[in-house]
Design a protein around this ligand. Structure first.
Ligand code: GLA
Length: 732
């Protein structure tokens, strides 16, 4: 009897407690804001939390409480929703339902904005989820991720683990994606979304972005256009398998579920272990994609990219010049050519290592990171000395996550390799991927750049390559937990990169993956830049650099002048590379004296204009997808004012390219953007061939910003594969 009474009393107390929590929780409004955006969440009477508004920032306070409670902020699977969930857990008792209720939230100031942290829990199972939303006020960027933890007796299996969820209300939705392959990165496609799902995903593991990049644009109501319309630009910071699910439901609402791809990744999560999802980063614009790109560029440089506001090195790479055939005298000559060109650094590419299995082609040596005695008797220190003697900085290529079966590393540690124990091994580029799930392998991968830097503190730059996707997917380390392979591999990579960054914070690194197979904002925390494609044909690069510019600032896009499409002039190739982070991968022997003189002048101009090109606001003026031309400009940040430029530094630079215009095509003037209409600008053509005069009627003339933006400048022509570079200097 007593026990029953006590039980009833406890039950009643618990009931009261639950009710009071519920009442306290209900009707709570959480406002996540930037200067132009509001994302509003509401906790309603069932204690669950819903997205009630996402759009242009609200000015009327009464509008804040409006909205429907159908769009759960982080939907669990298996209960009262019939579309794509954010979270799926197989609990210890085999049930697959999780319902999250609100516990509490807090908002705190972070550098650049505010972070909103929302604590949720399941009332039946000991599962907790924390949602994070970091709103960067001025840049209008929101970064969101989730943490999942449980205290069940045994591990649970996660089968869905989105970073976040977002909902959109419109009659029509248009998705733009960026896909491709080796040499065709950055193809752009737009499609309308109707009832059902569209998925963009990667299953490649290490070389994850080889077929599709981890970013997209969403036109809300109309297809995305450069300067008009409501749209969202979104990207996932994850250097592994990613997935964006877009699902239009029965009411015409679009839900977006971004995150790690759960493909063959049923993840075993131990009690108390925190599963942190990658960041989903997004920015919305009511004035088209141009504004969205500028917002994410500013955010990236200020808050995300390694040394995002620092300087970048111009360089000469030897890959396309020598491939694997070099020795010390050849490299020393390259270093002197780098000096002659006027670039900052010489970058030695693949082929410098391996002794028992020399790396003279891509069949052997990966894994054996000792300088090849036959090619380089004085080792890497000898090369660093030669670079110093030539007067340039030194950088070096590594691919430390990979191994050739023909290597001492493989002979000594076959158990360090991702490889199936019971099937014939499949080789991609004759190599295999090291098992970064294994902490010993992480130590080894870390040791490759770390040893090089300890032996040669003067190494200033790494090109970190990754030429294979994960093949033969089996981690010897994880044994029966193979569902964790793709996720733990990527986390292993981050653990190495974090260690490296902590140990050598100054070293610049280029992220490369057989071209643009890796390009995401989490990797860019550790890399100063990335290699968009092995295809350096300047005509192709115009399209690629246009595509990548939607998500990434020019500062992180490496663009090298090479012999691809050598029918085009050196000037054209240099002008194309100069709109991003300029480099060279070419022998001076392949250039005339005139071309060499031109290059030196263009590098000098690039260095002078770096504050604009790499750190200014980018305006895409003429699309190569809609015309036979392309034009882009960079404006000093902050925009020039009549009094700001006493020292007459240029305040804007314009790049214009003619691709394959038709005979007699009517050419439109290029209308500039981002200028002060009241200022007057001196327009000057630069990057002219030696002894050549500008043929432009606007050269060395003064125009108002108003004129330049409304009337424009006649700088395009019907001459195929030609280019024009202009600098604009504010004169009053
Ligand atoms: C990849 C890179 C190239 C070059 C080679 C070297 O393909 O994308 O730039 O470094 O590897 O093997």
């Amino acid at each position: 009897m007593k026990t029953t009474c006590l039980f009833k009393a406890i039950t009643l107390a618990l009931l009261l407690l639950t009710t009071s929590v519920t009442q306290a929780a209900a009707d709570k409004m959480l406002r996540i804001s930037t200067d132009n955006t509001d994302l509003i969440l509401h906790v309603v009477s069932n204690s669950r939390i819903y997205q009630t508004y996402f759009g242009e920032r609200l000015t009327d306070p009464s509008a804040l409480s409006y909205g429907s409670n159908h769009r759960e902020a982080y939907q669990g699977a298996g209960y009262d929703d019939y579309f794509e969930p954010a979270l799926g857990i197989i609990h210890n008792d085999g049930t697959r339902c999780t319902i999250l209720t609100y516990v509490s939230h807090e908002q705190k100031v972070i550098p650049g904005g505010t972070e909103t942290i929302v604590h949720l829990k399941d009332e039946v199972y000991p599962v907790e989820v924390i949602l994070h939303y970091q709103a960067y006020t001025k840049e209008n960027v929101i970064k969101t991720w989730s943490e999942i933890v449980h205290h069940e007796k045994k591990p649970v299996t996660l089968f869905q683990f989105a970073s976040a969820m977002l909902y959109f209300d419109s009659n029509r939705y248009f998705l733009t994606q960026y896909n491709g392959d080796w040499g065709t990165e950055g193809l752009t496609n737009t499609q309308e979304l109707f009832f059902g799902k569209k998925i963009i995903d990667s299953k490649l593991g290490s070389r994850s972005a080889m077929y599709v990049s981890p970013y997209f644009e969403l036109g809300i109501g109309t297809p995305v256009s450069e300067n008009e319309g409501e749209m969202l630009l979104g990207t996932l910071g994850w250097t592994g398998n990613f997935r964006f699910t877009f699902e239009v439901d029965n009411e015409g609402v679009l839900r977006l579920v971004p995150g790690i791809n759960p493909f063959t990744s049923d993840y075993e999560l131990r009690p108390g272990e925190v599963f942190t999802t990658p960041d989903f980063i997004f920015t919305r614009s009511a004035q088209g994609e141009g504004q969205a790109s500028r917002q994410i560029h500013r955010w990236a440089r200020r808050w995300q990219v390694m040394d995002g506001e620092g300087d970048r090195f111009t360089l000469l790479n030897n890959w396309e010049n020598t491939y694997f055939s070099f020795n010390e005298p050849i490299l020393s000559n390259c270093m002197h050519e780098a000096k002659k060109l006027g670039v900052d650094l010489f970058l030695l590419d693949d082929g410098w290592f391996g002794n028992k299995h020399p790396r003279n082609n891509d069949h052997a040596g990966l894994g054996d990171w000792q300088a090849m005695q036959s090619k380089l008797p004085h080792g890497v220190p000898g090369l660093v000395d030669s670079a110093r003697a030539a007067g340039v900085k030194f950088g070096i290529w590594i691919e430390p996550e990979m191994v050739n079966p023909k290597s001492e590393l493989y002979e000594q540690h076959p158990e360090w390799v991702i490889q199936l124990p019971n099937r014939k091994t499949y080789y991609y580029r004759n190599q295999l991927v090291l098992d970064l799930c294994n902490p010993q392998v992480q130590d080894f991968v870390f040791s490759v750049p770390d040893h090089l830097l300890r032996e040669n503190p003067d190494i200033q730059f790494f090109k970190w390559d990754c030429n294979s996707m994960i093949t033969n997917a089996y981690s010897p380390y994880l044994k029966e937990k193979q569902g964790n392979l793709y996720i733990d591999f990527t986390r292993g990579l981050y653990s190495v990169l974090r260690r490296l960054h902590d140990a050598h914070p100054q070293t610049h690194m280029m992220l490369c993956s057989g071209g643009g197979g890796r390009c995401d904002y989490e990797a860019l925390k550790y890399f100063t830049e990335f290699w968009p494609s092995d295809n350096t044909d300047p005509v192709e690069r115009i399209y690629m650099q246009w595509a990548y510019s939607h998500c990434f600032p020019a500062k992180v896009l490496c663009a090298h002048v090479t012999n691809w499409n050598s029918q085009t002039s050196v000037k054209f190739r240099v002008d194309v590379a100069s709109m991003c982070k300029l480099g060279f991968d070419i022998s001076l022997k392949r250039m005339s004296e005139q071309d060499q003189l031109f290059c030196r002048e263009a590098i000098y101009n690039f260095n002078r204009l770096k504050p604009l090109i790499l750190d200014g606001d980018q305006y895409r003026l003429v699309s190569p997808l809609q015309t036979d031309h392309m034009a882009v400009m960079y404006v000093g940040n902050p925009s020039p004012t009549p009094t700001a430029n006493q020292d007459r530094e240029p305040s804007a630079v314009v790049f214009a390219y003619n691709l394959s215009p038709r005979y007699g095509e009517a050419i439109q003037p290029v209308r500039l953007q981002g200028l002060n209409p009241l200022s007057r600008y001196l327009v000057r053509e630069i990057n002219l061939m030696p002894n050549q005069q500008s043929r432009l009627s606007c050269h060395d003339k003064v125009y108002s910003g108003d004129h330049l933006m409304k009337v424009g400048l006649p700088i395009l022509s019907t001459r195929r594969f030609t280019s024009t570079v202009l600098q604009l200097t504010t004169i009053d």
